[in-house]
Design a protein around this ligand. Structure first.
Ligand code: TRP
Ligand code: SF4
Length: 402
């Protein structure tokens, strides 16, 4: 069986080239190798934009059309919408019971986003809890891999801790307790006490140092103690890390080399910054946007030489141009042999060429919105089968299967 990949995107409406090169292109590639689940994280949009509900539906379908346009194939990938699966909310609620507040307060994106989105009131319960909702999104499908950008790596890490804690609290074999106690009793008294202190520290704070200190005690016992067995070591390591029987699967972040495409002004591409080229922009619009791009400020006149490294257009060449074209840019820019408009033309051509199949596929879907709804409906039902099974296991483990 192919291992499962899961990822989600907030519904921000029609996608831009930054979304494509940063994530979507990779999603398309993954669907040939993995059992891919891709969903619209519409509840996540509400964690920051809870007042703007009027645009959600349109944004959801515009985004799904761009997914399909880019080549996500509903025959290969399961495409669905988070809010159609209340199971995500149920798992979120159950996980919330045992998740320490500190784990959420310490997620780096929490303070970052509050700083960044100063104009919004993000002192909400939903915003603090959103990485835990993300954990539920991932764990409910027992995903092995989560393709996310650097900025989301800490959320996958939190997900792993949440899964570990869940398995520890609710997944222990019947005699795990007694066996662990027996292994602990073999340790010298001081070591046992020290070990328990490290375990507690690791469980509460996730401190890598505490984990290493605990592991060192086990290693020492294995090297020095009479009558110590490998099984004793495994038990104590499981005890230390809080892993019992595995009900929820610890996922791993899947980092793939992706081409970084900045916005027209060199900053991060974002619709709200007004520096984006949309996947479905018409060719004339693409040409106009690229021709209007800022260039190396040192090139005031056509005869002034420039430096590609100081020019956002060069970043586009790095994504879109072959080596010969890139050489032509470097040479021509530094010697003032080419003008900036000459330099931009191959980028315009490459983007328009890239967009061609997207435009064709998107046209078919926009002409037939029912088909898009139907694709999402199919995916949602497929996802529901998996989510329901996980919730059965979770309820049973927590004594809620009455
Ligand atoms: N938090 C992600 C974002 O803002 C979207 C997301 C929600 C997600 N749930 C997820 C991504 C689960 C990967 C896995 O981009
Ligand atoms: Fe930028 Fe190209 Fe102009 Fe050089 S020639 S400044 S790389 S647009």
């Amino acid at each position: 069986m192919r291992s499962r990949v899961l990822s989600g995107m907030r519904p921000t409406g029609a996608l831009h080239l930054g979304h494509y090169h940063g994530a979507l292109k990779n999603w398309v590639r993954l669907q040939d190798e993995y059992d891919c689940f891709y969903f619209v994280a519409d509840w996540h949009a509400l964690t920051t934009h809870y007042e703007e509900t009027g645009v959600i539906e349109q944004n959801v379908y515009d985004m799904v059309i761009d997914w399909l346009a880019a080549g996500l194939d509903p025959e290969k990938s399961t495409i669905f919408i988070q809010s159609r699966l209340p199971e995500h909310a149920e798992l979120f609620t159950l996980l919330a019971m045992g998740t320490p507040l500190g784990w959420l307060e310490r997620v780096p994106t929490y303070k970052d986003q509050i700083e960044k989105l100063k104009d919004r009131d993000l002192a909400t319960y939903g915003f603090l809890g959103y990485p835990l909702l993300q954990a539920a999104d991932i764990l409910i499908y027992k995903a092995a891999w989560v393709p996310v950008g650097e900025d989301q790596a800490s959320h996958v890490e939190l997900t792993r801790e949440v899964a570990r804690r869940f398995n520890h609290l609710y997944g222990r074999a019947a005699n795990f307790e007694a066996q662990t106690k027996a292994a602990l009793a073999k340790l010298p008294k001081d070591d046992a006490r020290y070990f328990e202190r490290q375990r507690k520290a690791f469980g509460e704070t996730g401190s890598a140092e505490a984990l290493a200190k605990g592991e060192a005690i086990v290693a020492k016992a294995a090297a020095q103690l009479e009558g110590w067995t490998e099984a004793d070591g495994e038990l104590l390591l499981g005890h230390l890390k809080g892993s019992g029987k595995s009900i929820l699967t610890e996922p791993q972040a899947l980092h793939t080399e992706v081409a970084k495409l900045p916005g027209l002004d060199g900053a991060k591409m974002s619709k709200s910054y007004g520096n984006a080229v949309l996947m479905r922009d018409e060719p004339e619009v693409v040409a106009k946007k690229i021709r209007g791009m800022a260039t190396d400020p040192a090139r005031v006149r056509r005869t002034d030489p420039g430096e590609p490294e100081k020019c956002p257009v060069w970043q586009f060449h790095k994504v879109y141009s072959d080596e010969a074209t890139r050489d032509w840019v470097q040479q021509g820019c530094r010697s003032a042999g080419i003008g900036c408009l000459d330099c931009k033309q191959p980028v315009v051509d490459a983007i328009v060429r890239e967009q061609q199949p997207w435009r064709e596929r998107a046209a078919a879907y926009t002409a037939n919105p029912k088909q898009v709804h139907w694709i999402v409906e199919m995916g949602t039902e497929r996802a529901r089968t998996v989510a329901r099974q996980t919730m059965k296991d979770v309820r049973a483990a927590m004594g809620l299967a009455y």
